[in-house]
Design a protein around this ligand. Structure first.
Ligand code: NAP
Length: 273
């Protein structure tokens, strides 16, 4: 995700490449990033943030405590801290760093091709100018939605942050079904990918916005193929499974916010019957 951000910032010329510093524990990896994007690379987090106006936290939740310990006292008082760490609350970051200007955001993996959607919120201490800076950074790799209550971040983590995983699983299941029918995998993949993309574009048509249920009804003729297929999806509890899965992701995000070392599956909510 950090590389997607760097690529977006450099390619959209949001900031000059030479003003970006990347830091991580693996020398070879940060040097590779440095060379690829013509940015400075270091392995010392406190050195990386020393003169930074914006500090982006993009580590796994389980690593955040180490990074906060590295950065405490090193971030400039005027700097803005932007976190993409799943589950990590503004309070945890602000208290840990002893720094109030914190933005919490939740992007998703299509950010890697500039097609992400990021939900974000800001602490009260974040100025309007800093919010604009955050918005510019987040739009470098897709669209953004600002919400002024932090509670929406765990929900966004479950819906859009984790969302690509559900979509890929759904697509994989469709491709496998196509192969089961007799298509080659390659043909099935093309058919499924274009069906998903076309359906999303059809739904997103700004000239003729339709409710999803109406779009579904349009392809469901009485006694037809869609009706036969939808009957089985409903019978298998498709909607309930999706709903329970997203709720489980939401609970997991909240747990990670409380204790980033909390282990799955002991803490997994009761599984659906
Ligand atoms: N991937 C997603 O779909 C997604 C979506 C939304 C939000 N997020 C959030 O974004 C964050 C990053 O996710 P990711 O998928 O990009 O993870 P990732 O690929 O593992 O990237 C994390 C990076 O942090 C580096 N790192 C590890 N320990 C560090 C330390 N002590 N100091 C500085 N850097 C350190 C890692 O370096 P090494 O590889 O050398 O260890 C790695 O380059 C996570 O908190 C995740 O919740 C991810």
């Amino acid at each position: 995700m950090a590389e997607a951000m760097i690529a977006g910032l450099v390619n959209h010329e949001v900031v000059p490449a030479e003003s970006i510093v990347v830091s991580g524990p693996n020398t070879a990896r940060v040097e590779e990033l440095g060379d690829r994007h013509a940015i400075r690379s270091v392995t010392d987090n406190s050195e990386a943030v020393k003169d930074a106006d914006v500090v982006v936290l993009a580590v796994k939740p389980q690593r955040l405590d180490h990074v906060i310990a590295d950065l405490r006292g090193a971030v400039k008082p005027s700097a803005l801290v932007v976190s993409i760490v799943a589950g990590a609350t503004i309070e945890k970051i602000a208290v840990g760093l002893d720094h109030d200007a914190v933005v919490r955001s939740m992007p998703n993996t299509p950010a890697q091709i500039g097609e992400g959607i990021t939900v974000w919120t800001a602490a009260e201490a974040v100025s309007d100018a800093q919010k604009e800076t955050a918005r510019e950074i987040l739009t470098a790799f897709g669209d953004e939605v600002f919400l002024d209550e932090e509670r929406f971040l765990d929900m966004a983590t479950a819906l859009s942050g984790t969302g690509p995983a559900y979509v890929f699983l759904f697509m994989e299941a469709m491709v496998d079904a196509g192969v089961h029918l007799g298509f080659s995998r390659r043909v099935a993949e093309v058919l499924v990918a274009k069906t998903i993309r076309g359906s999303v574009d059809f739904y997103s048509n700004p000239d003729d916005p339709l409710h999803l249920a109406r779009l579904r009804n349009q392809v469901t003729s009485p006694g037809g193929t869609s009706a036969a297929a939808l009957y089985y999806l409903e019978k298998a509890g498709f909607r309930t499974a999706i709903s329970r899965a997203i709720w489980a992701a939401y609970e997991r995000s909240r747990e990670l916010g409380v204790d980033s070392s909390a282990h799955w599956p002991e803490s997994l909510p009761e599984s659906p019957q």
